[in-house]
Design a protein around this ligand. Structure first.
Ligand SMILES: [Zn+2]
Length: 97
């Protein structure tokens, strides 16, 4: 079986780190550089079976995918532009409320 997206394959850095008493792990500096992670940057944590995946947290609009000024609306991230579009669309087509 061939898998697509080999470039996205998980790659071991050969780095072993220990979790400290508070559950903290230091991310290797080269990894932080590669992802552009600066101190205080938020990271999103995923669990995948027995894996913990850290992803640089970037709020993304669920509609257009932009990372611009997103707001949380009903637990979803929506950028202000899409909010505006929704408002206008709702006024014109969807007066259910
Ligand atoms: Zn949007």
């Amino acid at each position: 079986m061939e898998h697509e997206g080999d470039k996205d394959k998980m790659k071991s850095l050969g780095v072993i780190r220990k979790v400290d008493e508070l559950g903290r792990v230091v991310l290797p500096v080269e990894t932080r550089k590669r992802l552009g992670l600066e101190p205080k940057d938020p990271v999103e944590i995923f669990v995948e079976r027995d894996r913990i995946v850290l992803k640089k947290y970037e709020p993304v609009c669920i509609f257009c995918g932009s990372t611009g000024d997103a707001v949380i609306w009903k637990d979803k991230r929506v950028c202000k532009r899409c909010v505006e579009q929704m408002k206008r669309g709702a006024d014109k087509t969807n007066n259910e409320d």
